[in-house]
Design a protein around this ligand. Sequence first.
Ligand code: NZQ
Ligand code: ZN
Length: 381
Amino acid sequence: MKFTYSNPTVIHFGQGMISAIAKAIDPAKKVLVIYGGGSIKSNGVYDQVAAALSGHKWMEFSGVEPNPTVETLDQAVALIRKEGLDYILAVGGGSVIDGSKYVAAAACYEGDGWDILLGKHRVKQALPLGAVLTLPATGSESNGGAVITRKSTREKLFFSSNAVFPRFAVLDPDVIKSLPERQVANGLVDAFVHVCEQYLTYPVQGWVQDGFAETLLRNLVNLALQFKQRDNDVWRANFMWTANQALNGLIGAGVPQDWATHMIGHEITAAYGIDHARTLAIVLPSLLRNQLENKKVKLAQMGRAVFDLAPDVGLAQRTVDAIENLFRSLGVPVRLSEAGVSGPEAPELIAAGIEKHGMAKLGEKSAITPAVVRDIVAAAA
Ligand code: NZQ
Ligand code: ZN
């Protein structure tokens, strides 16, 4: 094991913690509050943010869409330049926070912001940003990653930089009371797959990483089992904290990681507009079956430690079945056809996107070539 680990985001966790923004942002800063389609206006979050910022100069930018687009976000960059704003407060789910990271980085770059996604510009500098999380799922509130879409070319690409780690994140579990059931289910699936991407590889004796990953996975299974009784403080708090820990860098430090499911999922969202988490529920079981040989030791470990499966023959396969059944129990589609995509072109189209975006060898063993992607997508039809 060899790694450098740092997570600089200060977490303010708990009911009523939105008020912590007042002290978390230097009063000399001119703040741009960025949010999405307006859910924060009807659930009281906007009012709490406004109250906390009463001692600050601030403006707002709304309309960041799910799967945030560079076309929309560049308007926020222009506003920042015009008004001389120097701090960003993202209030929303992964899309708003990711979009705000892009804005923070693009505001410090003279060229075309899309260069950041193409890797032509490596982000070293960004405006400082904070986050108020309204949807536990992505972990974006305390990591350095962001996924941005370009509508005009139907591309969805990823960038990461230490410069865009939020300075702080507010996690108040009460704010998720207004979430539609679909988004709660999506959040559970996304967090579950984040752990899988960092855990379902091959064993390297990372006892801390494995043990913590298994705790997070068991939490997510329990949260799913209690899905119908979820209207309580304990459920909400554990959901929010588990989803955060699933992608804040800790369980992935020093161990092999996969991320092929995510890269294939991003292509599927770009092509068909399917929700991020739903693409993962479609791809992961198929990918695990395709890569069973490479992953069977960790799959068996997961089957015992997370699903309490008996250690007989076929344990790895039975673990994949258990994962798929977990997703089904939450009502998310696990086949492309269940998500409304039919016709023979999807495998070719998605494999071509993976190739075009330079992902010739995905997975912890670099075993997932575009041809393998085609098979995985075909088997998920
Ligand atoms: O637009 P608003 O009004 O905010 O409504 C949103 C949106 O319609 C709504 N919502 C959020 N909080 C709510 C709420 N509705 C009622 N009450 C609340 N408290 O939920 C809808 C979906 O929001 P979105 O932010 O799109 O969802 P999510 O958090 O799942 O984010 C998905 C995006 O994150 C990227 C995905 O690719 C996708 O673009 N990811 C980012 C990652 C990262 N930065 O590390 C990793 C992930 O794997 C993922 O790729
Ligand atoms: Zn994800």
